[in-house]
Design a protein around this ligand. Structure first.
Ligand code: 9PG
Length: 474
């Protein structure tokens, strides 16, 4: 079948075709879209928050991410094992002056790109969106076909991770809270480090008065308490690991599915398809709400969807139950499969972690891994997911203002600050007592101001009076 777009005709193979705003809707578990002329660049969309989303050059050999084994943190493991350019949920080709985009309308889909073909495969029945036109317009048309949840403006957040990492305590956080008094921050978010273990979600000995006590102190200062949880992860240290071996996600041979490796321990996933697990996770969320937290950063969520696209429908059902249990609480989803989180998340991390340095070349270059912490990786993938801004608050991760414990050049810090202004999601981890007077002033201005943003081209913006160019990041 041939479909007519203003840029030309496109041949497709699908079980059904219909018109839809901005393009066509294709039906079928496997669909093929033939590029009208050979393409050089493929829009490769990674599976979850930290996975690479970027245009890739089809003329260059595919660089496998090394080591392939035991890296489910990086992407849908199936994508990483392929010898061809596959992406998660959607894919696009640059064809002549335009972009040809094939995007799934339901969970569980992958798209292959070659110089003359987009091949979509999906486990579901929802079908596909096909668009062909100007890059920004085609992505915008696709995003309008996806679930959305937008409640007001994104909150202004202070998060403990990127200054103190896991080395947090009640005393230290109270100090940071005190210091933040005169800044227009709305959420004070406690990150990883408060819990006894992954899967054992009680305050550890660094929080002697418990998590409800801290939430109260935060609220007293006029801020909204926020808390980090990785609700579907468990390690051998947790009592849960012994009391409920039946709750672990397992492969066909009955072996626990590896969910990554971090903090010196192998990570395991809870089986989100098990109603008892979902009940346990929703009661965990309610426990955090009862302590007084109303902003939850739910992290490492890919674990609930392993082994990859095949687990997305299961993930979505479990997250719908979490959404329901959370009521009006703000859910920031992180390490999360992107498309199946839409309509559920209030905020969504759309890139790898930032870090107080630009790039770790040992990892990004020599191990060909673009998913590790670093400002360059974070900016690259975030830039390629800005089209989700009509669906969810897009979280580009925190902005640095400090020069203490920081290797970032000022220019890189400004690029990240502009990105926060572009998305409207303004967060930092800097405790004011680490800031020089002029840095404190810069943080204050960042939080107070919302400059007008204009997108001049995919990588160029006008933010207030300033022109901001991201092409060099790529
Ligand atoms: C807390 C952090 C912060 C951060 C999250 C997430 O091993 N890994 O591949 C890996 C990736 C990301 C990561 C940690 C480990 O960071 O994005 O903001 O909350 O967890 O542990």
């Amino acid at each position: 079948m041939r479909l007519r777009f203003s840029l030309g005709e496109v041949a497709v193979e699908a079980e059904g075709v219909g018109k839809t705003p901005g393009g066509f809707r294709l039906l079928g578990k496997e669909v093929r879209v033939y590029a009208p002329s050979p393409a050089r660049f493929f829009f490769r969309h990674g599976w979850q928050s930290w996975s690479l989303a970027s245009w890739v050059d089809l003329a260059e050999p595919l660089k496998p991410l090394l080591p392939l084994k035991r890296r489910p943190q990086a992407d849908d493991p199936w994508l990483l094992s392929q010898k061809a350019h596959w992406g998660s949920g959607l894919g696009a080709l640059r064809v002549g002056e335009g972009v040809l985009l094939l995007g799934a309308l339901g969970p569980g889909a992958r798209v292959l790109g070659t110089e003359d073909l987009l091949l979509g495969r999906s486990g579901g029945q929802e079908g596909w969106f096909l668009g062909f036109g100007k890059e920004e317009e085609v992505f915008a048309a696709y995003s309008r076909h996806l679930p959305r949840r937008l409640r007001g403006k994104p909150p202004r957040v202070w998060c403990s991770w990127y200054s103190f990492y896991r080395d947090i305590s009640e005393g230290l956080l109270l100090e940071a809270l005190e210091a933040l008094q005169s800044y227009p921050v709305e959420v004070f978010q406690i990150d990883d480090g408060w819990q006894r273990a992954l899967g054992d979600w009680e305050a550890n000995e660094s929080f002697p008065r418990g998590m409800a006590y801290l939430a109260e102190r935060i609220r007293e200062k006029g801020l909204r308490p926020g808390l980090w949880l990785a609700p579907f992860l468990v390690t051998e240290e947790s009592p849960l690991f012994r009391t409920h071996p039946d709750w672990l996600l397992r492969d066909e041979e009955g072996r626990p599915v590896p969910a990554g490796f971090n903090w010196g321990l192998p990570l395991y996933a809870l089986d989100a398809g098990n109603p008892e697990v979902v009940a346990w996770v929703t009661s965990l969320v309610q426990k955090a709400l009862a302590w007084g937290y109303e902003y939850l950063k739910l992290d490492f969520l890919y674990a609930a969807a392993l082994p990859g696209a095949e687990g997305e429908a299961r993930y979505r059902r479990a997250l719908e139950a979490v959404r329901e249990a959370a009521g009006e609480a703000y859910l920031l989803l992180c390490g999360a499969p992107i498309l199946p989180s839409l309509g559920i998340a209030d905020g969504l991390r759309v890139g790898p972690d930032v870090a107080p340095y630009w790039d770790n070349e040992d990892r990004s270059f020599w191990l060909a891994d673009p998913t590790g912490p670093g400002l360059r990786n974070a900016l690259r993938t975030t830039l390629h997911r800005l089209w989700l801004m009509e669906n969810v608050h897009v979280d580009p991760d925190v902005v640095y203002f400090r020069t203490r414990y920081n290797l970032l050049p000022p220019k890189a810090m400004r690029l990240q600050q502009a990105m926060a202004w572009i998305t409207g999601f303004k967060a930092t981890s800097d405790p004011p007592f680490w800031l020089l007077p002029e840095e404190a002033e810069a943080l204050r201005r960042f939080l107070e101001e919302d400059p007008k943003v204009e997108r001049l081209s995919p990588y160029r913006f006008r933010v207030g009076e300033e022109g901001v160019e991201y092409a060099e990041v790529l």
